[in-house]
Ligand binder design. Structure first.
Ligand code: NAD
Length: 397
């Protein structure tokens, strides 16, 4: 995924005649903080925070707890965040952090100790006008609440604008949970409107039925029929349309699709979702899900990238040649960072907005981004994906 992003940025920059010097500066990370955390028990972990670029505003990006977190990974993800914020017009820069840890091997007290230790080390370098972290893989609002509290202890600043993704009671925003999935719905709908196809009946396959995939399905338009969904164990199919509420309840009970036994769906292999006979395919699981090995199997005409980097660069070239439109991750899945930005704004102004206000602003950002890249793709005769990178690169430069 990370290689793909860099490759696409380099290719787009070359097409825009951007000099090597400027490109090198664009890809250069301002600062990477690398340190070790030792818990009272003696267990040690490597921790990182990458701050890529703050020319548009404070660094912004998640903190993940995962054994495979490395300096290279957070660095590349922080670059992606700068491009994402720029593509949707947020006054924010790109950051990303993480701790190389398997949180399943720690008890709750150790996770709190680890979260607080991370902030104890980093507090001089983060804060409401410097770098505003958020949750990411294996981190959640409870972890962020601990981090906010630690930040206040260390700095004596009584602010909740130091992090986003907090619990609602501690300054979090309404609408955060659904933001990424709903943002994907807004992006697809606006694209269809621009093509005057918004009233057509369309069929959709969703790979991955976690936080993002579920909310995409739940917030889909009435004339969109979800006929295929998958998790890592199996995919489910019903050409008449699946019962989304039934599937959400099934997943919320902690079950896997391979154990789904109801007349409302046929159970197929997980990877069969890629070749589903639908108009739209929504990869909402992992990076690199669509590669040169399976791109040829895709029947969908539109791909909505809800995961980060689900389509590799060689796969993208195959799809582009076949006339498949890819609505890129830096816009299609930007709903999360947009609502994070709105949470930060609410905190700075000591306000709490109703969900309707949050979602109308989310809609405004995503729709504007889709309209801009649609028009650039027409005027520059490039794909929507390349147009999105062109817009982001120009704003960053
Ligand atoms: P999640 O862990 O809640 O859900 C992931 C889903 O993908 C699960 O249903 C899992 O079973 C499924 N899955 C895993 N491997 C699979 C496979 N090989 N085939 C089919 N399904 C598979 O994660 P999430 O928060 O929904 O995030 C999904 C993707 O969206 C990730 O790539 C994440 O980086 C990206 N993303 C998430 C957010 C957010 O706000 N959560 C924001 C931007 C991007």
């Amino acid at each position: 995924m990370l290689k793909t992003t860099r490759k696409l940025i380099k290719k787009t920059a070359a097409n825009l005649n951007i000099s090597d010097d400027v490109l090198t500066r664009l890809l250069k990370v301002d600062k990477i903080h690398e340190f070790e955390i030792q818990l009272k028990s003696g267990k040690k972990f490597k921790a990182y925070r990458s701050q890529h670029n703050n020319r548009l505003g404070p660094y912004k990006g998640g903190i993940r707890f995962h054994p495979e977190v490395t300096a290279e990974e957070v660095e590349a993800l922080s670059i992606l965040m700068s491009f994402k914020c720029a593509a949707v017009g947020l006054p924010l820069g790109g950051g990303k952090g993480g701790i190389s840890v398997n949180p399943k091997e720690l008890n709750i007290d150790e996770i709190e100790e680890l979260s607080r230790a991370y902030v104890k080390h980093l507090h001089p370098h983060i804060g409401p006008d410097k770098d505003v972290p958020a949750p990411d893989v294996n981190t959640n609002s409870q972890i962020i609440d601990w981090m906010v509290d630690e930040y206040s202890r260390q700095t004596n600043l009584e602010t909740v604008a130091s992090f986003t993704g907090k619990s609602l009671l501690k300054g979090g925003s309404h609408g955060r949970e659904a933001a990424t999935g709903y943002g994907g719905v807004i992006a697809l709908n606006r694209y269809l409107e621009l093509k005057n196809e918004q009233n057509k009946e369309i069929s959709i396959a969703i790979q991955g039925f976690g936080k993002v995939g579920k909310f995409f399905a739940r917030r889909s338009r009435p004339n969109w029929k979800i006929t295929d969904v998958s998790d890592s164990s199996a995919s489910l199919q019903n050409s008449q349309g699946l019962d989304i509420d039934e599937l959400i309840k099934f997943k919320n009970d902690g079950k896997s699709f391979k154990d789904f036994s109801s007349a409302t769906a046929t159970v197929l292999k997980s990877n069969q979702i890629i070749s589903a006979d639908t108009d739209v395919l929504v990869p909402a699981a992992l990076g690199n899900a669509i590669t040169q090995n399976n791109a040829g199997l895709i029947k969908a005409k539109i791909i909505v990238e809800l995961a980060n980097g689900p389509v590799t660069e060689p796969a993208f070239r195959i799809l582009d040649k076949k006339g498949v439109t890819v609505l890129p991750d830096i816009i299609a899945n930007a709903g999360g960072v947009i609502v994070s930005y709105l949470e930060w704004q609410q905190n700075l102004n000591h306000e709490k907005w109703p969900v309707e206000k949050v979602e109308s602003r989310l809609k405004m950002y995503i729709e504007k981004a889709i309209e801009t890249v649609y028009s650039v793709s027409k005027s520059d005769k490039v794909s929507i994906k390349e147009a999105a990178l062109r817009v982001a690169i120009k704003r960053l430069i």
